[in-house]
Write a protein that binds this ligand. Structure first.
Ligand code: IPE
Ligand code: MG
Length: 228
């Protein structure tokens, strides 16, 4: 979800105004996914690198996280959406962490869709943590190195309960991944759009999904193998 700052600055406002308006886009896109349905939606809300932003901006983002969680519990309930989170959640301010766990607890039995917030998330941190955990298991003779296969690694990632990414959308014209789900996007379809996140609406999402539906996902195979 990129482009909040530029969206605000373009209109002569502070960056925080862009972040506030970005929450409207979040609600609309979450609802659109619930209606389609898209069973799994993961939003990159705050990266490990975002901690390096000015303190006041980090505070604004954390405050918005808490207020959105409080406000949107109804949206989640109305659409039977389960809230999930990935990242180094313990590094969040206590208030945000408690609120997040509270909404996750309240929505844990919802089954229509899983909405995952990537918070204080970085793929390199996730992979590092995974390697540490697996190394401990080897060291303590709980497993042997030959037990480590792709699914074993998968089961140690934050995303162990989620399927691989099918479609990755990045807004605001930037064409990079920025440390997002590096393992999980191995075969994802990438979609880049110039639209700034606060302007992102249902029609933009539908356009991206239509584009995705017209692609041939070969997973290394040939087109002839897929269409005999
Ligand atoms: C995305 O918008 C919001 C977060 C990273 C939390 P940005 O704040 O990155 O907006 P730009 O890139 O400065 O326009
Ligand atoms: Mg940005």
């Amino acid at each position: 979800m990129d482009g909040n700052g530029r969206w605000a600055k373009k209109q002569g406002f502070f960056r925080s105004f862009g972040h506030e308006n970005g929450t409207e886009a979040v609600r609309e896109i979450v609802e659109a996914c619930a209606e389609l349905p898209v069973p799994y939606l993961t939003l990159y809300a705050f990266s490990t690198e975002n901690w390096n932003r000015p303190k006041t901006e980090v505070q604004t983002l954390m405050r918005l996280l808490v207020s959105s969680l409080k406000k949107e519990i109804k949206t989640l309930s109305d659409h039977n959406i389960k809230l999930n989170a990935i990242g180094n959640l313990e590094s969040l301010p206590k208030k945000a962490y408690v609120q997040l766990l509270d909404v996750m607890e309240q929505t844990k039995n919802h089954t229509h869709m899983t909405l995952t917030l990537a918070l204080s998330y970085g793929a390199r941190e996730e992979i590092t943590k995974t390697i540490q955990e697996i190394s401990h298991k080897v060291k303590n003779n709980l497993i042997s190195p030959s037990d480590i296969d792709e699914s074993f690694i998968n089961n140690h990632l934050y995303t162990r309960d989620l399927p691989d990414v099918d479609l990755l959308i990045r807004t605001s014209g930037e064409q990079r991944i920025s440390n997002f789900l590096l393992w999980q996007i191995a075969y994802a379809e990438l979609y880049f759009t110039d639209t700034l996140w606060p302007d992102y609406r249902k029609d933009h999402l539908f356009e991206a999904i239509l584009d995705y539906q017209n692609r041939e996902r070969r997973f290394g195979k040939t087109s002839e193998q897929l269409n005999p």
